[in-house]
Design a protein around this ligand. Structure first.
Ligand code: HEM
Ligand code: FES
Length: 381
C-alpha cells in the first residue's frame, strides 16, 4: 500500500532486523570456514574455494529452510508474527548468498576451460541416467533461477502489477526450489562419498518444514470445524457477540472454504474477508487500531464498515452483511463487492434492549470511526 515508489521498503524496524540477519549470516559463514579449516585436514583437506562454497551453500539452504518455517510458525503462534514482516528481505538476502555460492562453484569448476562456464556446466556432464553421475549442479542452477525470479518480483510493485493471487501462486515456486536443492545437496554428497552428514542435515530441514506445515494445516482444519456454521437461512452462526473481544475478530468459514473475519468494534460487529489485499495475510488475526482493521502481517488497514483502506490508500476488501439475533452474530456468506459499505450490527442496542438488531448494506460509511490519514500500526509499504 504505497503512494510512491521506493527501491527498498525499509523502516527503522526492518533495518535493525536486516542488520541482525546479515550479521548472523556473516558470523555463520566465518564460523563454518574456521571450523572447516580445523576439521577438514590431512586426507580430507579441501581448498579454500570449496570451503567457502560449502559455507555459502549451507548458509543459503539454512536460510531458505528458516523462511519456509516462518509461515506455519506464525499460524501456530502469534508470537512469530513479527518475523513475517521481514520475510521478503530475508528471501532476497538468501538469494544473494546462494548466488555467490553458485558463482564461486561455476568459476572454480568451469571457469578455466575454453567453454563459456555456463555452457560448460550445462553440457559437460550428461550422466542423467544414474544417481552416481547425475549433474547435481544443474539442480542448483534451476533452484537459483527460481530464487532469482522470486527475489526480482518481491517488490510491492510486482504484487500490484501481477495481482495478489498470481503473485502468491508465483511465489509458491519456492517449494519447487527447495525440492531441487534437496536433490542438489543429497546427490552432491552421494557422488563425493562425503558420508551422510550433509544429507542428514538437509533431511532434518525437510522434516522440520513438513512437520510445521502439517501442524499448522491440522490446526486450521480443526479451527474451521470448531467454527462450523449451523446455518439458519444460509447465514453463518459466528457465536455470541459478547464473546468476541473488543477490537478483535472471530474467524468463520463459509461452505466454499472462504474465511470471514467477524470484528467487534465500538459497539458494532462487522465482517470482512479474512484475506488481506496485500499478500493474503489473515485479517482475522489482526486487531482494530485507530478505527481500522490492521493486518497482522505488514499492517495494511481497512475500515470495518466498508472494507476500504483509509485515504490516501485505495485498497479494498470484500465485506459481508451481519446481523445479531439473541446475542448471536449471523453472517451472510455471500461476499459483497470489495469496498461495499455495510452498517455494523449494533451490539449495544441488543445488550440494552434484549431485542434483535440487523444490519444491511447502507449508502455510506459511518463517520464516527473516521478514516485514518495514514497507517497506524503498519508500514503501508
Ligand atoms: C548455479 C547454481 C549452483 C551450482 C553450480 C552449485 C554447485 C555446487 C557444488 C559444486 C557443490 C559441491 C561443493 C563441494 O565440493 O563440496 C555444492 C554444494 C552445495 N550447494 Fe550448491 N550450487 C548451486 C546452487 C545452490 C543453491 C541455490 C543452494 C542453496 C540455496 C546451494 C546449496 C548447496 C549446499 C547446501 C551444498 C552442500 C554444502 C556442504 O556439503 O556443506 N547450491 N553446490
Ligand atoms: S498481507 Fe501484508 S499487510 Fe496484509
Amino acid at each position: 500500500m504505497s503512494v510512491g515508489y521506493t527501491w527498498v521498503q525499509w523502516s527503522p524496524h526492518k533495518r535493525v532486523y536486516d542488520a541482525v540477519m546479515a550479521a548472523g549470516a556473516v558470523a555463520y559463514i566465518a564460523a563454518f570456514v574456521g571450523v572447516g579449516k580445523v576439521i577438514w585436514t590431512g586426507a580430507h583437506s579441501i581448498s579454500d574455494e570449496v570451503l567457502v562454497m560449502r559455507a555459502l551453500g549451507s548458509c543459503g539452504f539454512g536460510l531458505l529452510t528458516l523462511i519456509l518455517c516462518i509461515g506455519p510458525l506464525a499460524r501456530l503462534h502469534r508470537r512469530f508474527l513479527p518475523v513475517l514482516y521481514n520475510r521478503r528481505h530475508l528471501g532476497v538476502m538468501t538469494f544473494l548468498i546462494s548466488l555467490v555460492h553458485g558463482v564461486v562453484a561455476i568459476g572454480y569448476y568451469h571457469g578455466f576451460g575454453v567453454l563459456n562456464p555456463l555452457v560448460s556446466l550445462l553440457s559437460i556432464n550428461t550422466g542423467f541416467g544414474s544417481l552416481r553421475t547425475f549433474p547435481y549442479q544443474t539442480l542448483g542452477l534451476a533452484a537459483l533461477t527460481i530464487m532469482f525470479l522470486l527475489a526480482a518480483t518481491s517488490h510491492d510493485f510486482w504484487l500490484k502489477s501481477l495481482s495478489a493471487s498470481a503473485w502468491k501462486r508465483l511465489h509458491m515456486l519456492v517449494y519447487g526450489a527447495y525440492a531441487l536443492l534437496v536433490g542438489h545437496v543429497a546427490l552432491g554428497a552421494l557422488q563425493a562419498d562425503r558420508g551422510w552428514g550433509a544429507t542428514a542435515v538437509v533431511l532434518a530441514g525437510v522434516g522440520l518444514v513438513t512437520g510445521l506445515h502439517l501442524a499448522a494445516g491440522r490446526r486450521e482444519v480443526s479451527h474451521d470445524s470448531a467454527n462450523a456454521p449451523s446455518a439458519e437461512d444460509g447465514w453463518i452462526d459466528a457465536g455470541p457477540a459478547s464473546t468476541i473481544p473488543e477490537g478483535r475478530a472471530r474467524t468463520v468459514c463459509a461452505a466454499g472454504g472462504e474465511r470471514i473475519a467477524v470484528f467487534r468494534h465500538a459497539g458494532g460487529v462487522s465482517a470482512v474477508t479474512n484475506l488481506c489485499a496485500h499478500q493474503g495475510g489473515p485479517l482475522g488475526e489482526g486487531k482494530v487500531i485507530d478505527g481500522c482493521i490492521t493486518c497482522p502481517w505488514h499492517g495494511w488497514q481497512y475500515r470495518p464498515q466498508d472494507g476500504c483502506a483509509p485515504p490516501p490508500f485505495v485498497e479494498k476488501v470484500a465485506t459481508y452483511q451481519v446481523r445479531i439475533v439473541r446475542d448471536r452474530v449471523l453472517v451472510n456468506p455471500k461476499a459483497n463487492a470489495p469496498g461495499t459499505p455495510v452498517e455494523p450490527a449494533r451490539v449495544n442496542d441488543v445488550e440494552r434492549s434484549g431485542r434483535a438488531s440487523s444490519g444491511g448494506a447502507s449508502d455510506g460509511a459511518r463517520a464516527s470511526d473516521g478514516a485514518q490519514a495514514s497507517g497506524a500500526g503498519g508500514e503501508h509499504a
